[in-house]
Design a protein around this ligand. Structure first.
Ligand code: FES
Ligand code: FES
Length: 163
């Protein structure tokens, strides 16, 4: 039995230990905001936060997620009450197809927690572990800069996380 704490909720799962964290989050817990593309740790689309740090969940075995606080994009906001980072991505249209967006949002969350007032260059560098096949990079940087403004204005609440 594997126990995962995800978005503030604890789940006991009977899953094979050779499955990846990304696979289990998506296919056992239904957290399909965890996008899987390369499965090789290259694209960042499967990024989740592990104790607040961005991690490519396709490169973690599910058991490695035990004893940690895991957060996916589903732990940030609801469609009626978006997290400021999600809202900023919409306002700045930081996407085209949006496949990569959850990964960028999770990377941005970790980055802005460490650097709440970044330069554009720092933001572009911090997002460089995520790949956008549509090439929406300038808009993604705009979105993260706007998210930083929103968070500095005081609203950094995770809408769904229990604590
Ligand atoms: S799917 Fe995990 S890094 Fe690409
Ligand atoms: S918006 Fe399509 S891959 Fe990034």
């Amino acid at each position: 039995m594997t126990t995962l704490k995800v978005n503030g909720q604890t789940h006991a799962l009977d899953v094979a230990p050779n499955r990846t964290l990304a696979d289990v989050l998506r296919n056992e817990l239904g957290l399909i905001g965890v996008r899987v593309s390369c499965s090789e740790g290259e694209c960042g689309s499967c990024t989740v936060l592990v104790d607040g740090e961005p991690v490519t969940s396709c490169m973690m075995l599910v058991d490695q997620g035990e004893q940690h606080d895991l957060q996916t994009i589903e732990g940030l906001g609801t469609s009626d009450d978006l997290h400021p980072i999600q809202q900023a991505f919409i306002e700045e249209q930081g996407f085209q197809c949006a496949f990569c967006t959850p990964g960028f949002v999770m990377s941005a969350k970790a980055f802005l927690a460490e650097n709440p007032n970044p330069t554009r260059e720092e933001t572009a560098f911090a997002m460089s572990g995520n790949i956008c096949r549509c090439g929406a990079y300038p808009y993604i940087v705009d979105a993260v800069m706007k998210a930083a403004e929103k968070l500095r204005a005081g609203d950094g609440t995770d809408r769904r996380a229990a604590d």
